[in-house]
Design a protein around this ligand. Structure first.
Ligand code: PLP
Length: 465
């Protein structure tokens, strides 16, 4: 939810017929229903490099990366040319059953090379939510194929975000998103939020790890391992507030899953494709090989909608060897699964990432980004700064008032509005300003982000007096 700055006025929402049409007819994801059709939206029209421009011609440094997804920056001719060429050659044909397309086949082979361990089988979807949904259905099918259909419960975590289809929304654990929609609760369980902030922890890292693993073991014992199909986890919880588990957490949870025959699904929709310095964080950064990895967003740098589930040979082998002889069909998939234009874009994106060593660049500028943002803790309005390479958040609070209270949320909204007015887009969530800039961001541009944040915090502090 965006906030206007009052008399000084952001002046960002212009009249104009398209803004009016949007206000009258579009129901935006995560729209504020109490204000539907009221205040006009920020109409973003053009984009280049790390900047976007609105309909009034104002430019903004995009510290959101579109929505955690624009990784190689806007206006990349390599991606645009690939999209155009594929659209001309063959824009679409069914991906169902025994029909293939060239870009999807090539992209699947590339993903198998980049992915951890033996995750060599790719099921394409249309976005992150449909990939999450498909991964859980595959876990169910896997156990049903092994004659264990009771294994269908799913473990997720508080503060996780996994998408907004019915099951993905049910797996998500952000309290603020739990509204009057209906959620699956019978077989979806949420473990404790695993975030650990060494600056602000009453427990040591190893004590916290012990607590989290004990909690997970207790939940498994309570539900019964014979009833649990899978555990789904973002390596670093992204939109739930950039929550970083204590060292050893990923390996310990992986081990628990292995011991109890529970499939481990790593949701790398945000952490994949370079955001924390690797194509996939699970193995390269956290030392685990999951049973399945879910990816989307950075897969195409956000230029085209596409998601994928990367599946281990072991699971794929079980599905084929133990298929129901009466109905051997894998009845999951979408009209636009492995869309040729989206897959061609992803191939061009991977090519750019490899040629320009984007992951290496992130490993270089990422620590600088987090360190510079941590300077913002000098402001009395900042209670915490958390980050891992190019995903970070700044937690705002009115001095003396902790947590996402109404006043703290309003404060973060105010900081966000001042940033917007000064030409910087950050993403407000509760009392957080979340940032995930394009991965091609430079140290100078990082300095610009920090300067605008510093100034915006100072203005918000002045307003409080
Ligand atoms: N998983 C994670 C970790 C995400 O952050 C998101 C979206 O933000 C999703 C899944 C859902 O992806 P999509 O919005 O493409 O459906």
């Amino acid at each position: 939810m965006r906030q206007e700055i009052g008399e000084t006025g952001g002046g960002l929402r212009r009249g104009g017929s398209l803004v009016a049409k949007d206000a009258r007819h579009v129901l935006h994801p995560w729209a504020d229903l109490s204000a539907l059709g009221g205040q006009g939206s920020l109409m973003v029209c053009e984009a280049q490099g790390v900047e976007v421009m609105d309909s009034a011609g104002r430019k903004y440094l995009d510290a959101i990366g579109g929505m955690w997804c624009v990784t190689v920056g806007y206006g990349r001719p390599e991606l645009i040319d690939a999209m155009q060429a594929q659209a001309r050659r063959m824009p679409y044909f069914t991906p169902f059953a025994d029909v293939a397309n060239e870009p999807a086949a090539e992209l699947a082979a590339l993903l198998a090379e980049l992915s951890p361990g033996d995750l060599n089988r790719v099921h394409f979807t249309t976005c992150g939510s449909t990939a999450v949904e498909s991964a859980v259905r595959i876990a169910h099918l896997y156990f049903a194929s092994r004659g264990r259909p009771a294994k269908r419960h799913v473990l997720s975590r508080v503060n996780a975000y996994h998408g907004s289809t019915y099951l993905a929304a049910s797996l998500s654990g952000k309290e603020a998103d739990r509204t009057r929609f209906h959620y699956e609760t019978e077989w979806v369980h949420h473990l404790e939020n695993p975030g650990f902030d060494p600056d602000d922890a009453p427990l040591s890292a190893s004590e916290r790890l012990g607590q989290l693993i004990d909690g997970m073991e207790a939940a498994i014992a309570d539900i019964g391992p014979e009833n649990i199909a899978c555990f789904i986890a973002e390596p670093v919880l992204a939109s739930g507030g950039v929550l970083i588990p204590p060292p050893g957490y990923h390996q310990a949870t992986r081990e628990l899953c292995r011991r109890h025959d529970i499939l481990y699904i790593s949701d790398e929709v945000v952490t994949g494709f370079g955001r924390v310095g690797h194509f996939f964080a699970s193995e390269a950064k956290f030392g685990i090989v999951p049973d399945m990895v879910v990816t989307a967003k950075g897969l195409t740098s956000g230029y085209q909608p596409l998601g994928a589930v990367l599946i281990s040979d072991h699971i794929a082998g079980t599905l084929t060897e133990s298929a129901d002889p009466a109905k051997p069909v894998f009845s999951n998939g979408f009209t636009y699964s492995g869309h040729p234009v989206a897959c061609a874009t992803a191939i061009a994106n991977i090519d750019v990432m490899q040629r320009e060593d984007i992951c290496g660049h992130v490993r270089d500028v990422g620590p600088y980004f987090v360190e510079r943002l941590r300077e913002l803790r000098n402001s009395p309005l900042v209670s915490a700064v958390r980050g891992d390479h190019l995903m970070a958040c700044v937690e705002c609070q009115v001095p003396g008032e902790t947590g996402p209270t109404a006043r703290n949320q309003a404060l973060a909204g105010r900081v966000d509005a001042y940033c917007e007015k000064a030409g910087l887009l950050v993403r407000p969530f509760e009392n957080l300003c979340i940032m995930s800039p394009p991965l091609v961001i430079t140290k100078d541009e990082i300095d610009r982000i920090v300067a605008i944040m510093t100034e915006s915090l100072a203005r918000a502090e002045h307003d409080l007096r």
